[in-house]
Design a protein around this ligand. Structure first.
Ligand SMILES: [Cu+2]
Length: 161
């Protein structure tokens, strides 16, 4: 066996590997939370993405076992009315951040697989344009939760401890 040769061949089979670090390797997520509504209504997901790398990153979507579909939305005010529109990508500038917050960018999580209740932690895979993904913990909050606050300072309940 020649492990050294095998490694060299493998590198050839992975186009663009090693040119840039994957987005998920240099983007950090914080303050992830979901605003959950009763029944099968969609939930909104908020998080702050910090890009600690030299390359810009681009959030293009997300997925989770807890919801059948996740979309990237932008809320805006038009003529005093709040409107939501779908967006394809949200840039996270190099050494900068992208903020998903009420009234602005958010994830829209549709068709809950099970009932998600406040206090529950939901694991969401954030996906970037380069194909990498970042597992991120979101904490569910009630419909009347106002802001991102400090997700770790509040008492939470974990199913099964
Ligand atoms: Cu929305």
């Amino acid at each position: 066996m020649k492990p050294y040769l095998a490694c060299a061949l493998l590198a050839c089979l992975l186009p663009a590997a090693g040119v840039h670090a994957a987005a998920a390797d240099h983007v950090r997520a914080s303050h992830g939370w979901l605003r959950v509504l009763p029944g099968s209504l969609p939930a909104a997901g908020y998080v702050i993405l910090h890009n600690e790398g030299d390359q810009p990153a681009e959030l293009t979507g997300a997925s989770t076992v807890a919801y059948a579909r996740v979309m990237l939305h932008q809320s805006s005010m038009q003529g005093g009315m709040s409107r939501m529109s779908m967006i394809d990508a949200l840039p996270v500038p190099a050494h900068g951040k992208a903020v998903l917050a009420p009234g602005g960018y958010h994830l829209m999580l549709m068709q809950p697989a099970t009932t998600v209740t406040p206090g529950q932690h939901v694991r969401v895979l954030l996906k970037f344009s380069d194909g990498s993904s970042l597992p991120t913990e979101f904490i569910a909050r009630p419909a009347n939760a106002l802001d991102d606050g400090d997700t770790h300072a509040r008492p939470t309940t974990h199913a099964g401890g």
